[in-house]
Design a protein. Sequence first.
Length: 351
Amino acid sequence: MSTDPGTAARGPSHGEWGLYRGTARKAVAPAGPWPAAPPWRRFTGQGSASRPADDGGEADRHVGDVPGAERIPNPREVDMVNAAIHLRRPLLVTGEPGTGKSTLSYVIARELGLGPVLRWPVTSRTRLADGLYHYDAIGRVQATAAGDRDAAGETDIGRYLHLGPLGTALLPYDLPRVLLIDELDKGDIDLPNDLLNVFEEGEYEIPELARMSGSRPEVVVRTADHGGTAAVTEGVVRCREFPVVIITSNGEREFPPAFLRRCLRLHVDPPDFARLGRMVAAHFGSPDKVELDALIGRFLEHGRQVGGLAADQLLNAVHLSVQLATSGAYRADHDWDELLRSIWHPLSPDA
């Protein structure tokens, strides 16, 4: 590593700097070797949690799956994702609706081979416990009353505990999971501060299991992965590798300084003509009989007129264009214009 201060000032070389390249190319195997964590961000989770090898096509649905149609890497994005990986810190991604903030998590998971994204959508009613785990106490009481007991005369509490996305992400994986906390700014005002301790310590306690750890030190519970299970020891879930946490925000409100201090920040600008073209190519390739350049140009112009559009609104228009072109259905220009206006409705009610 060069010690020239001028080299440090110019920034890292991507060949040495990190695993993430921002192309969304599918990984043949999980990325490695994983960079060492700073001493203050090293965690000691014991045991070994297994993640699903296949995401069921989820990343393809979000990113596209046409071979050879790679994303155009954004240098700022690449640097911030790699910095978040090196520092084991959440990445707070801001920007207008529809600019691809949530999609970034699927790009990272696919490119680094980290398995399915654990998605936690936040609403005004979301609390920290919703992301960690859910305990069906009523279901367990009903099972006990019905005589559903094991050889020791107890019901299997693990059948009534279900880890949430955040809770699953903190299991002791050899390589981290990707966790998407989507639209945190829509959540309760206390939620960002409630997350701080979990992010700092990389662990949480399940009191229902901790109380019975003397008689049952290990309990197998369900996880947020479809059909997934994991063993929890003495009621504590502790990570081994801090997850790659992507937090999105549409800027509807500010977050507390203590929360912002523990996050890295990335602002995503609306995609330009070239990036939109690559996005369309990743989903459609090069469809015949559709003037993609003209359609993308029209999309950008209409977006400027109405204060912005979401990228998936362009994909909707391309899909309909392909269907009309391949079906041979005739559409008068005014009919097509009216259809586009319906698809490309403004994101803001004030537009």
